[in-house]
Design a binder for this molecule. Structure first.
Ligand code: AHR
Length: 666
């Protein structure tokens, strides 16, 4: 966040004083209910190369030769053969590198990574491989990082020799320090010219991962998550939890244990859009449930795993158009393994290693202490049909079963893919009947929807027995402007005043999707973008961060003429909410002016007197289509500065198309 001088701040607030003032009555002496600590969070899905090729630090694609095209990502030369009786049961393929039979021909395999490999000059990269010398004795392989597009004499950026010995499979490692930074490096493994070797699980990671884990995360991307201070972390995704078919749904049990033995899964985002098609997009599960839990802990967020309810993607398996329910979904009497997945996951996260095999696996993986899991989502975007409650009949069976074993967990259902309409209207009351603790709502909608939804949660049922809301996926998809422009972020900021004002109903909210590789995206807008070396935060990211860093601890009432400020017809495009932070003793007022006119506002700080120190933050762009990019990552960023407020009456002007935050020391 940039610092702003008070002179600039004054300019920002005095752009035009023509409109009539709006009085916001802010009752600072009556502190309301708590803002849940989970209120603003993150939702991770392996879409847009978010895991492999993104957050997950691995630089080698198809490291275990298990892609359906076993050489996907690889170029081979010399005498290379594919074998399938390797040391890892669930990843049996490996390659045999034999002498070429001619002194001037070389056996070598070259991996191109994910759109190349991003490496930084002078930093360390850990190469590792499982290998053996099948005929016994010793051998040496050479491993190079190369720039194979260079004009210079030598393509090599750095290399390491690795000595192998014996007929047994063993793990070998070596460190490569590239001499220069390059975004598109390839990795070459040169075979011993005289001795046959077998290699499997060929891997390259930066040593400098987030928190230094070997099977770790790309540092800049994980730090961007940490800087959001998320209260909740939903994983492993939305549609990938369901799968295009049941066989390819995300299966958490395959994502834990030694990485070498985690089986490959298809990724539906490889083929979901033929206009953005990525035939080499698979899930290695290297970033698996252990890593998700660990990351949640390290960034300070509550973990929120979502598991299959026994329905494959309902968009892709429409039983009203010929598909048979029991062929594409799990038959009702065969749900037990799916229910076991939920129960075993809770044990994996929280159980006692001395008595439970999944808890023992967690301990074996390096985390004997529980992860303190409190929430589990069951199902993603599911729905019922008029004559067949395919979803809720399954969910009921799940809830009855899992609640018996783990009543301490909060279970999250869903109102489907739409923010309103038939599916939503049918499901919302059913979520109450089933007594889910929360339900997950999704809305990817245009500007108008966001502008007219400022009162969405004001009239939701609240109180005992009413499920809470998890706004689990949302983003403003601008009409004709489906990318991360400032205006979309402004719409989200406006809408979020409604979340905040209704924090007694909305327990958590997560923007979506989180990540996108600039060369590998399928869906936009997204919060964080990157190439192999650089990353930038979108305007929407900054809105999320501003809410999260200024979420306060308690609601306080803010009204204009006795009504919430929610962009209504007589409110001149203004949206506003207020909270109190008991830790810092601050009143925090958020105001979004979505209109074209600067708006004078009187902050009527009821219960306060005299002058008060404070801060302001302004997020503004005169160009509504402005966006951050890799080349200009800070084109639109919030600016903050110190100021003094008068109380009870403080006059401000909220400029057109601006998100303002006022923090007033009480
Ligand atoms: O966020 C992208 C997709 O949008 C999610 O996978 C799904 O839940 C929703 O349809």
């Amino acid at each position: 966040m940039k610092k702003m001088s008070s002179m600039l701040a004054a300019l920002a607030v005095t752009a035009g004083m023509t409109a009539q003032t709006h009085t916001f009555d802010i009752n600072t002496s009556k502190v309301g209910g708590p803002i849940p600590s989970t209120m603003y969070g993150i939702f991770f899905e392996d879409i847009n190369y978010a895991a492999d090729g993104g957050l997950y630090g691995e630089l080698v694609m198809n490291r275990s030769f298990e892609f359906p095209n076993h050489y996907a990502g690889w170029d081979i030369s010399g005498n290379v053969t594919l074998k399938n009786d390797g040391p890892f049961k669930r990843n049996p393929h490996y390659v045999r590198l034999a002498p070429s039979g001619h002194t001037d021909k070389y056996t070598m395999i070259e991996n191109r990574g994910f759109f190349g490999m991003g490496v930084k000059g002078g930093e360390e990269y850990r190469f590792s491989v499982w290998a053996r010398v099948p005929d016994g004795g010793t051998a040496k392989i050479w491993v190079d990082l190369v720039d194979n597009a260079t004009m210079s004499d030598d393509q090599k950026l750095g290399n390491v020799g690795v000595e192998l010995s014996g007929k047994e499979w063993k793990k070998y490692t070596g460190i490569i320090k590239p001499k220069k930074t390059f975004a598109k490096a390839h990795l070459r493994v040169w075979a011993d010219s005289k001795v046959t070797t077998d290699v499997e699980h060929v891997s390259l990671f930066p040593v400098n991962t987030y928190k230094g884990h070997e099977n770790g995360m790309r540092k800049d991307l994980a730090e961007a998550l940490e800087q959001l201070k998320p209260g909740i972390f939903r994983f492993p995704g939305g549609c990938i939890v369901e799968g295009t078919d049941l066989a390819t749904r995300y299966q958490w049990k395959n994502s834990v244990g030694p990485v070498e033995n985690r089986p490959l899964n298809e990724n539906r985002w490889h083929y979901t859009f033929t206009h953005r098609y990525f035939p080499d997009y698979y899930q290695s599960y290297g970033l698996g449930f252990f890593e998700f839990f660990q990351l949640s802990e390290e960034i300070g967020a509550e973990p929120l795993p979502v598991l299959s309810v026994g329905l494959s993607c309902q968009f892709q398996n429409d039983i009203t158009r010929g598909k048979k329910e029991d062929e594409v979904h799990v038959p009702i009497d065969q749900l037990q393994p799916y229910i076991d997945d939920v129960i075993d996951l809770i044990e994996f996260a929280n159980g006692d290693p001395a008595t439970n095999q999944w808890a023992k696996l967690r301990a074996d993986m390096g985390h004997p202490a529980p992860f303190n899991l409190k929430y589990v989502g069951i199902g993603n975007e599911q729905w019922d049909y008029k004559d067949n409650p395919v979803f809720t009949k399954r969910l009921k069976i799940f809830l009855d079963a899992v609640r018996k074993v783990h009543p301490e967990i909060k279970y999250i259902g869903t109102t489907g893919p739409d923010s309103e309409g038939d599916k939503f209207d049918m499901l919302q009351p059913r979520m109450s009947e089933l007594k889910v603790d929360l339900y997950n709502e999704h809305f990817y909608r245009n500007e108008e929807w966001f502008l007219k939804s400022g009162n969405r949660y004001d009239n939701y049922k609240r109180g005992k027995g009413a499920p809470k809301v998890f706004a689990g996926e949302y983003a403003c998809h601008g009409k004709g402007k489906k990318w991360n422009h400032f205006n979309a972020a402004l719409m989200e900021a406006a809408f979020m005043t409604d979340l905040e004002r209704n924090a007694d109903v909305v327990e958590m909210a997560t923007y979506a999707p989180l990540f996108a590789h600039v060369e590998g995206w399928q869906w936009r807008p997204d919060a964080i973008w990157y190439d192999n070396l650089r990353s930038f935060k979108s305007c929407s990211y900054y809105v999320q961060q501003l809410y999260s860093l200024n979420k306060g601890t308690n609601m306080i009432s803010l009204t204009m003429n006795g009504k919430p400020v929610a962009g209504n017809a007589d409110q001149d495009g203004l949206f506003a909410s207020a909270v109190y932070d008991k830790n810092t003793n601050e009143v925090i007022v958020k105001v979004v002016n979505t209109g074209d006119t600067d708006q004078p506002v009187t902050l009527n700080l009821k219960g306060m007197k005299g002058t008060h120190e404070g801060h302001f933050t302004i997020f503004q762009s005169h160009d509504l289509t402005a966006e951050n990019t890799l080349d200009n990552p800070i084109k639109v960023v919030p600016m903050t500065g110190k100021t003094t407020f008068t109380a009870p009456v403080n006059e401000v002007v909220v400029p057109a198309r601006t998100f303002y935050i006022y923090k007033i020391k009480k």
